[in-house]
Design a protein around this ligand. Structure first.
Ligand SMILES: [Zn+2]
Length: 203
């Protein structure tokens, strides 16, 4: 998975509050994944942005990545993917919506020099280790001249309410995937923040 794949997905999710729809839609030949722009997926999964009420359709891999990185809520919307799809495609065709599909506004990548945003294609090095029930992530950003890094740790143990004999019990639950995603995301955010503030050493 290259840096630009993650950048595309982050840009896709930015400013949206996404939740999943029930059911999937089968792709026609001209369909693309709204998150990464790939024409590969045979099946698209529906997402709804609760901020603007619009729908997006992404492949299984992108959905998994977005969920692992905490960018899609666990809850599901009842809206049926098939009817949401019909409605959304009509909106896009008519061009009435101010917001166009993510793929059309994403900057084109040319030899590692993004035309618009300077931060779009920083080189990211991500290192995650698990030790003593905790994931520790180190994220390093570099553009060849300057580099910053940030660390974050997240326990695999997570306190959660679970059902037990008709009641609710606060339980310590082992959630390694969540911890891994959360530690990387936090370290990445910190590193980006530091990068924007101009911190860092000569690479
Ligand atoms: Zn995709």
């Amino acid at each position: 998975m290259d840096d630009c794949y993650e950048t595309k997905l982050r840009e896709f999710a930015e400013g949206k509050r996404l939740g999943r729809l029930t059911n999937t839609v089968a792709c026609s030949r001209e369909d693309r994944c709204d998150a990464c722009g790939s024409t590969q997926p045979r099946t698209l999964l529906g997402l709804k942005d609760s901020i603007n009420g619009r729908y997006y359709f992404v492949g299984q891999n992108c959905l998994a990545w977005l969920m692992d990185n905490g960018m899609v809520a666990r809850a599901r919307y009842r809206d049926r993917a098939a009817s949401a799809y019909t409605r959304e495609m009509e909106l896009r065709r008519n061009g009435t919506a101010e917001e166009r599909p993510a793929i059309e506004v994403a900057p084109v990548q040319l030899d590692g020099h993004p035309p618009r945003s300077k931060a779009a294609c920083l080189r990211r090095t991500i290192l995650v280790v698990e030790r003593d029930g905790e994931y520790r992530a180190l994220v390093r950003l570099s553009d060849g001249q300057r580099s910053v890094s940030a660390r974050a740790g997240e326990s695999c143990w997570h306190w959660e309410w679970t059902r037990h004999n008709g009641g609710a019990v606060l339980d310590r639950v082992w959630r390694p995937r969540r911890a891994m995603g959360a530690s990387v995301l936090r370290a990445h955010r910190d590193a980006l923040e530091r990068w924007r503030m101009g911190a860092g050493a000569a690479a």
